[in-house]
Write a protein that binds this ligand. Structure first.
Ligand SMILES: C[S@@+](CC[C@H](N)C(=O)[O-])C[C@H]1O[C@@H](n2cnc3c(N)ncnc32)[C@H](O)[C@@H]1O
Length: 225
């Protein structure tokens, strides 16, 4: 099912670029991979990627975890198609659906997500975290590499200025930044602290921020064994 946000991403699937718009790209995605080590016991075999986009995070998880097969989920058909092509036989399933729809039942060793859940309002975020908790096996981990809100309006404005400055320093063109600003108009970011609370309320243990740089944070929690 597509909504206004997923439709927008559907049109932008081709040539979608991330590195210049996420200035801390390597540290950010690297921390998400590291946080997967919270899962006990390993190895990771079944992993669900929420808002898979073109499959950037899914591909990194597949490379880091040779036993893992990825269930790719996104509301934009073109994104899912590109992610499935990238993952090839490492994709267990490629599912076009909205985050509000029932999740595949799993059980999963890990549920991962990058830069997607901030498209939901806070009630929908909390609901998705609770449903992600349900489809994890005991000891399984949720890792969300996310764009977050600054703790106050003044701090948020500062983070936005840093983001623009760093993206431009990395060579983001006028057109790319304008397109990013247009996409970000649809964002419903929450602070890292608010989302740690949501994870705790959803039943996750060991909730923590594993990375924070400007507007980018990696949040994780584990389903109690
Ligand atoms: C920035 S992209 C994802 C990037 C990707 N995870 C990566 O690591 O490169 C955000 C994705 O979230 C998806 N999305 C946003 N809102 C959604 C919703 N309500 N249901 C399903 N997918 C959604 C969009 O279609 C888009 O593909």
């Amino acid at each position: 099912m597509t909504n206004a946000t997923t439709m927008m991403f559907n049109f932008e699937a081709a040539g979608y670029t991330r590195r210049r718009l996420v200035p801390c790209f390597d540290g950010f995605y690297g921390a998400a991979l590291r946080a997967l080590e919270l899962a006990e016991p390993g190895p990771l075999r079944a992993v669900l990627d929420l808002g898979t986009g073109t499959g950037a995070l899914a591909a990194m998880v597949a490379e880091a975890h040779p036993d893992a097969r990825l269930t790719l989920l996104d509301g934009a058909p073109a994104m899912v198609a590109e992610a499935a092509a990238t993952l090839g036989p490492r994709a267990a399933a490629a599912i076009v659906q909205d985050f509000g729809d029932p999740l595949p039942t799993g059980p999963f060793d890990a549920v991962v997500s990058a830069l997607a859940i901030h498209h939901l309002d806070d009630a929908a975020k909390a609901s998705l975290y609770a449903r992600a908790h349900e489809v994890l096996r005991p000891g399984g981990v949720l890792v969300n590499a996310e764009q977050v809100l600054g703790a106050t309006p003044v701090l948020d404005a500062l983070l936005r200025r840093w983001h623009e400055r760093e993206a431009r320093t990395l060579g983001t063109t006028e057109a790319e930044w304008a397109a990013a600003v247009e996409r970000m108009r649809h964002d419903r970011c929450a602070t890292a602290d608010a989302q740690l609370e949501m994870l705790g309320a959803a039943g996750f243990a060991d909730v923590s921020t594993h990375f924070a740089d400007g507007r980018f944070a990696v949040l994780a929690g584990r389903r109690a064994a």
